[in-house]
Design a protein around this ligand. Structure first.
Ligand SMILES: Cc1ncc(COP(=O)(O)O)c(C=O)c1O
Length: 416
């Protein structure tokens, strides 16, 4: 039994699941910088820089581009609780577990929720979303860009325009897709978009980047009720109903990130350092290069899995480039294979939830691990684990196919 008084020394796992993934060492290094007071001018400058860096990551000019303390669902909850008033109609596109999560959060806000569902492994055609918007006339349409539970990515071009034409706001959860694939928030007329660090941004979970346009900010500002004890001189409360969460009240969080620097929470300094470094690294690489790196890792993994004789899950025309679902072959114990990978190779791949439980593994090639060597090592280890299960498969074929996809012998592209 290990002693709790020994120093923390986790095994060097290669995290190839649907997130979290292995953090970029530079992010961990930035997070070891000393703390600053949250109103220290140096720290306020880091906050302003972080806002600017995330404007570039989200491809937006939105003034209100900031961080919400908490895991990615903190961003989701802040967006929904701040926009949705009790009795509002909300349309949620559900193509996996994280659609259900948005339904659940919206219901807790007192919304009348309409779930537009499609079979796991598929996404919506724009006409299906349009028909549902016309039928339900929602105030808010909430969609995932990529849902890691099914590995599918919903095309979003044109949906923002459609929502505007019908008087709805569009909220997009890009936790799992940001940086892995294009997400031009302004060009796609997304009103509010949130993310997390623990996938393609190559950081730890614990803080959620968010961006909201002026249209959404005005709707939230209508509900601005500053907590007693902090109210500035001349404070006039908004005429809209109070936001039902204090911690996730975007009106107060905007005040906190504004030049007024009105107190709210104590900023998670270390997480902000990490978030700033995640964005800096990705922007130094270039967004287009990062998208191409994820697409290449996906192609190589897919080629390798197929060459091993594994069947892939879902509508591959809409597969996320950073997560791949592989069907567990008949007669193979999926959990035992995952255990072998972990115990023999220090590699983690993902299990799955709900209707896919026990049917597919989910393999992430994202952020710091969207790398040639990470893909090859994972394929080689999976082959050995499957062979140990007694599955007859062409030895070496998976790694060879992935190598061919990368261009055999070509140097591995560095993350930056
Ligand atoms: C699309 C999506 N949304 C939300 C979440 C929830 O993120 P967190 O666990 O950081 O709260 C995840 C996590 O996998 C996700 O993939």
């Amino acid at each position: 039994m290990p002693s709790p008084y020994e120093d923390l020394n986790p095994l060097p796992r290669l995290l190839m699941g649907p997130g979290p993934i292995t953090a970029d060492p530079r992010v961990l290094r930035a997070m070891s910088a000393q703390l600053l007071g949250q109103f220290d001018p140096q720290f306020r400058a880091y906050m302003a820089e972080t806002m600017e860096l995330y404007r570039q990551v989200f491809e937006t000019r939105n003034r209100w581009t900031m961080l919400i303390d908490g895991t990615a669902r903190a961003g989701i909850e802040a967006a929904i609780v701040s926009l949705v008033e009790p009795g509002d109609r909300v349309l949620v596109g559900v193509f996996g577990r994280f659609g259900h999560l948005k339904c659940e959060i919206a219901r807790r806000c007192g919304a009348e929720v309409h779930a537009l569902e499609t079979e796991w492994g598929t996404v919506f055609a724009p006409e299906q979303i349009e028909a549902a918007v016309k039928r339900h006339r929602p105030k808010l349409v909430a969609l995932c860009q990529g849902d890691t539970s099914t590995t599918m990515a919903q095309p979003l071009a044109g949906i923002g325009r459609l929502c505007r034409e019908h008087g709805a706001y569009l909220y997009v959860d890009a936790t799992a897709s940001i940086v892995g694939m294009p997400l031009p928030v302004d060009a796609w007329e997304i009103d509010v978009c949130t993310a997390g660090l623990q996938k393609c941004l190559a950081g730890p979970s614990g803080i959620a980047p968010i961006t909201l346009n002026d249209r959404a900010a005005a709707a939230i500002h209508r509900r601005r009720h500053v907590e007693q004890g902090l109210r500035p001189a001349g404070y006039v409360p908004g005429e809209g109903p109070v936001i039902r969460s204090n911690y996730f009240d975007l009106a107060m969080i905007m005040d906190y990130w504004s030049d007024a620097a009105l107190n709210h929470h104590t900023e998670a300094t270390t997480m902000l350092y990490g978030a700033r470094e995640c964005a800096r690294i990705v922007l130094a690489e270039g967004l287009a290069n990062a998208h191409a790196r994820h697409a290449q890792a996906s192609r190589a993994l897919v080629a390798g899995l197929r060459a091993m004789g594994l069947e892939l899950f879902g509508d591959l025309a809409h597969k996320m480039p950073n997560v791949t679902g592989a069907r567990i072959p008949a007669g193979v114990d999926g959990e035992r294979v995952r255990r072998r990978l972990l115990e023999d190779f220090n590699i983690e791949i993902g299990t799955s939830f709900g209707p896919l439980h026990g049917k597919i593994w989910r393999i992430g090639t994202m952020g710091y691990n969207a790398r040639k060597d990470a893909v090859l090592v994972t394929l080689g280890a999976l082959e050995a684990a499957l062979a140990a299960e007694g599955l007859g498969l062409p030895r070496g074929a998976g790694v060879d196919a992935a190598l061919a996809e990368y261009g055999r012998g070509a140097p591995a592209p560095a993350p930056v």
